[in-house]
Design a binder for this molecule. Sequence first.
Ligand SMILES: NC(=O)c1ccc[n+]([C@@H]2O[C@H](COP(=O)([O-])OP(=O)(O)OC[C@H]3O[C@@H](n4cnc5c(N)ncnc54)[C@H](OP(=O)(O)O)[C@@H]3O)[C@@H](O)[C@H]2O)c1
Length: 245
Amino acid sequence: MGFIKTIKRKYIKAKSFFESNSKIYGQNILITGANSGLGFSLLNLLRVNNNILAFTKKNQSNIRDLNDHKIKILNLNFELNEFNNELIKKILNFKPNIVINSAAVFGPEKQSIHDTNYEEFLKIFSINVFSAIEIVKICLKSNSLNQIINISSDMGSINLNKEGNYYYYRLSKTLLNSFTKNLSIDLKNKINTYCIHPGSMKTKLNSGGILNSEYSARKIINIIAKNQIQNNGRFIDINENNLDW
Ligand SMILES: NC(=O)c1ccc[n+]([C@@H]2O[C@H](COP(=O)([O-])OP(=O)(O)OC[C@H]3O[C@@H](n4cnc5c(N)ncnc54)[C@H](OP(=O)(O)O)[C@@H]3O)[C@@H](O)[C@H]2O)c1
């Protein structure tokens, strides 16, 4: 099984060379979860032609290693809901055009109904959903947005769920989907708002993933670059197929 996964990963890595590069230029792009996995891959590809405001939890090492002084970094632990005035001002001054909410945690290994508790739900919902809501609320005040992309997961789909378990992660992504759909109705014809499932990627969050995050990032950038109004209110994968809510 491990051998097949390795072959698949190598194939996808090779394939990602042929994915076109960023066609997004001159945009102010806010990315959460920007120091690792998908968030970092998006930042690294988009930074060349755009201005980036990167949200990190604490560790900024990957971004710092790029030595790119154009990238602005804001530190915030989303668990703590500490969106103070100073931070809000920095976001508004940045005048974001595109928001990509990528930050998330999977939660503890054991997530059966018997393992769940209120405090852990609150913690995971704060990181995976409430932070995205707060960021969007602030960015809307800037009147500069043209797209909101919430990175979700097929594990949040109610219809596609055949296996149960994983209450923290599944419920958080279902709520993120619901938030996105509701918002897309409120912002219709103004701001393109949708969810993307990035695929199974080998990252800190998923050590058994198949894709490398750069491959998913390139596909996502191609979708964002088109800024198609028909994506508003959709839940799609990186090949732009509709996923069941
Ligand atoms: N990997 C997959 O197979 C997969 C599949 C479907 C969907 N997704 C989604 O893809 C997105 C990116 O995940 P990933 O796979 O790239 O995993 P990742 O590398 O672990 O990225 C998650 C990011 O969220 C940040 N984060 C975690 N807790 C935080 C907190 N309390 N405050 C602020 N930031 C926090 C992490 O920061 P630190 O590095 O500092 O902890 C990290 O940069 C997530 O929304 C995930 O649900 C992933």
